[in-house]
Design a protein. Structure first.
Length: 327
């Protein structure tokens, strides 16, 4: 009798089921979707490993590539377990620089809850990444209600391929995220998975009145309510957020800061670093420190952003108060 053919490389289905269930339990325990438990079904249904067929982990000052077709079963299992870890994954590295990643799942869950979707909402995602976030949205809202855009055609092509493998077909558009996607407008929600230095005005005109924009800015998450094509305003959430920068022709480069002479205790404080990022280019770092101490080390929720016509500014406590900084 001939020996049974050895199974080819690929994920172990039983292990995939086990580690996906463990990730769902971990997110549940974090309380991420406590305010909207319907998101649990999306994380249970969407197989994250299909969206990260390979990723990179730090090794010896560089990166090591793990992939699902590795001929070594031990390395395949390591890849699969990593795919369902509650951690961000580096998915594209160019010239030693990270250009795309799959975000930490519990942070994704928090952001999706904070997006506050209704079943009929149309959502624009800025930054397609692996396509995993678009799949979660499509599972909840349906393919026709989700558009994801990215500047890099390699990223959109791979996201489209991952989505199809998982059974989802939202609109995947190659273009400058700072311009939005006017041909698919209007939107009720915009979710951004890359860090902004300011809010692109063009997005507001593509939103229905009352739309919500949720975006990483500085090292926080700003939640804006769009009043009309010229006006949006909102406060930062408690949650810290670190993402790769938005790339595109309509974006500005981050300001360089010189923090020499600042006390280490301040520089090691996550909330002070948030204030530094938010006021970069406007406040000298020593002035930022004086403000931070004078205002009793303000938490993120005391800060906000206003967009009004061609003006845009960040503020502490009051958009018309004494502490405002142009973005």
């Amino acid at each position: 009798m001939e020996a049974e053919a050895e199974a080819g490389p690929g994920p172990d289905p039983a292990l995939a089921t086990e580690v996906r269930a463990a990730l769902v339990r971990e997110i549940e325990a974090s309380g991420a979707w406590q305010d909207d438990p319907a998101w649990r079904a999306a994380f249970e249904a969407v197989p994250r490993h299909l969206f990260v067929p390979y990723y990179y982990v730090g090794a010896g000052g560089g990166f090591e590539r793990l992939w699902g077709e590795d001929p070594d079963p031990g390395r395949r299992a390591r890849w699969l377990r990593g795919a369902y870890a509650d951690a961000p994954l580096a998915t594209r590295v160019r010239d030693g620089e990270l250009i795309s990643s799959s975000s930490q799942p519990s942070l994704m869950a928090k952001m999706l809850v904070e997006l506050d979707v209704r079943d009929t909402d149309r959502v624009l995602e800025i930054g397609a990444g692996t396509g995993y976030n678009a799949a979660l949205l499509a599972h909840r809202l349906g393919d026709d209600h989700v558009t994801t855009v990215d500047l890099d055609p390699e990223i959109t092509e791979s996201a489209r391929r991952h989505l199809a493998a998982a059974g989802y077909r939202p609109a995947v558009v190659t273009g400058d995220g700072a311009v939005g996607c006017p041909e698919r407008a209007p939107y009720d929600r915009i979710i951004v998975t890359c860090t902004l230095t300011s809010v692109p005005r063009l997005w507001l005109a593509q939103c229905n009145p009352g739309a919500r924009v949720l975006a990483p800015l500085a090292t926080g998450l700003i939640a804006l309510t769009v009043r009309d094509a010229e006006h949006a305003e909102g406060r930062f959430l408690h949650t810290p957020a670190y993402f790769v920068p938005l790339r595109g022709g309509s974006t500005s480069a981050p300001h360089e800061q010189h923090t020499g002479g600042l006390p280490r205790r301040a520089l090691q404080n996550e909330l002070f670093r948030f204030l530094l990022e938010l006021t970069a280019g406007t406040l000298d770092p020593h002035e930022a420190l004086a403000l931070w101490e004078r205002e009793n080390r303000p938490v993120r929720e005391r800060f906000g952003v206003t967009v009004r016509g061609r003006y845009e500014w960040a503020w502490l406590d009051d958009p018309e108060g004494p502490y405002v900084w142009p973005l």
